[in-house]
Design a binder for this molecule. Sequence first.
Ligand code: CO
Length: 208
Amino acid sequence: MHYHEYDDLIKNNRLWVDEKLAENPTYFKSLAQGQRPPFLFIGCSDSRMPLNSFTQTEPGELFIHRNVANQVSLTDMNLLAVLEYAVEALEVQHIVVCGHYYCGGVEAAYKGTATGVVENWVNPIRELYLLNRDEIDSLPSERERLNKLSELNVVAQVKNICTTSVMHRAFKTGKFPEVHGWVLDIERGYIKDLEMPFKAWKDLGIMP
Ligand code: CO
């Protein structure tokens, strides 16, 4: 892994601006006109998942919220403000919760090794593991168990999205964004679009 020096960051920025302007002299002027991103992304803070790179999207396309292990907590004002603004003001068409394999937060929750504030933060994943222990522990390798927990974590967070007051209001209007759950397979680079149990959630009255 090659890491840049701090000074490279500003230099790279200058080069990137020149490149963009060479392609399109009004690129930044148009960006300044405002944003209408079709997608809200909720991802892990992990440095190995730069969402724009992985989806080959440009500035202006993704509205983004990231935190350790892509949690959707119903008491997190930060997340809720992002969600409300994305749904009600920006009117995004899709919400994507994106987790990943090799997630340090998921691993710490699984092993019970998190400490300090991170321990509190990943505790919902620890509970998720304990709740699904039979299914997870039946998998043959630790890698598969961790990957499974990463996936279950994404499903749980998509479900949390659907239980927010913001989404309830949107469901009532009949005009609401589609929700999706992805995991990024860091080892291969591919996005895995996970099947969500929408039918079960509809039966439970979580979504229309
Ligand atoms: Co992570």
